[in-house]
Design a protein around this ligand. Structure first.
Ligand code: 2AM
Length: 185
């Protein structure tokens, strides 16, 4: 069977996708870049690249065994990477749970032959693409928070000039700490 272009990511609640699209329209001029459609707004945890079905299956099995509590994500930072032409939304302080989850998924991916960039993981939601010219970024002070309770494996599919991200599987993060590190008497 053919390979698929895969990535693990956190999807945003639909309501938040809509809020971000409105904020983006008010914040960046049309010429700043090409807006990512609302349904495609997500935060990548680990990019896998082109993956054969048996490897994808193994990575799914490993993902299903992850036991980790959910966490709150504060979106309160924005930036511009001129070289890839990306304007992004991120967090000033990435929660430990997010870093832990990404690090685990990236390590599992690397062990299964999926190339992982040596650059440090910088959690972000891409808002605009093709943003290669200087962009005026909004002053800090914006802030969205949402609780991350699941993560998913997506297939990136390209048709009629557009990328579509199809959810292949999702896994819950546990609602509470799985165990107490310092039990109280
Ligand atoms: P980006 O938004 O910063 O471009 C689907 O393409 C997701 O995988 C996007 O979040 C994209 O990140 C990420 N992605 C695509 N190619 C990648 C690569 N070579 N390395 C890391 N992430 C990549």
């Amino acid at each position: 069977m053919a390979t698929q272009r895969l990535f693990f990511a956190i999807s945003l609640p639909e309501e938040m996708q809509q809020q971000l699209v409105r904020w983006r329209a008010d914040t960046f001029p049309a010429e700043a870049g090409r807006p990512v459609v609302a349904a495609n707004l997500h935060l990548t945890l680990a990019f896998l690249g082109e993956v054969a079905p048996d490897t994808a299956q193994r990575l799914q099995t490993l993902a299903s065994r992850i036991v980790q509590p959910g966490f709150d994500l504060d979106l309160d930072d924005a930036g511009h990477w001129p070289r890839p032409g990306v304007v992004w939304l991120g967090c000033q302080r990435a929660p430990r749970g997010l870093l832990q989850l990404a690090s685990l998924l990236r390590a599992q991916a690397a062990r299964h032959g999926c190339y992982q960039s040596p650059q440090p993981f910088h959690p972000h939601i891409t808002l605009l693409r093709h943003a290669t010219q200087p962009v005026a970024l909004p002053p800090r002070g914006f802030h969205w928070r949402f609780r991350v309770t699941t993560f998913s494996l997506f297939a990136s599919e390209y048709a009629r000039g557009r990328s579509h991200y199809r959810t292949l599987a999702s896994w819950p993060l546990s609602p509470q700490e799985p165990y107490a590190l310092h039990p109280t008497a």
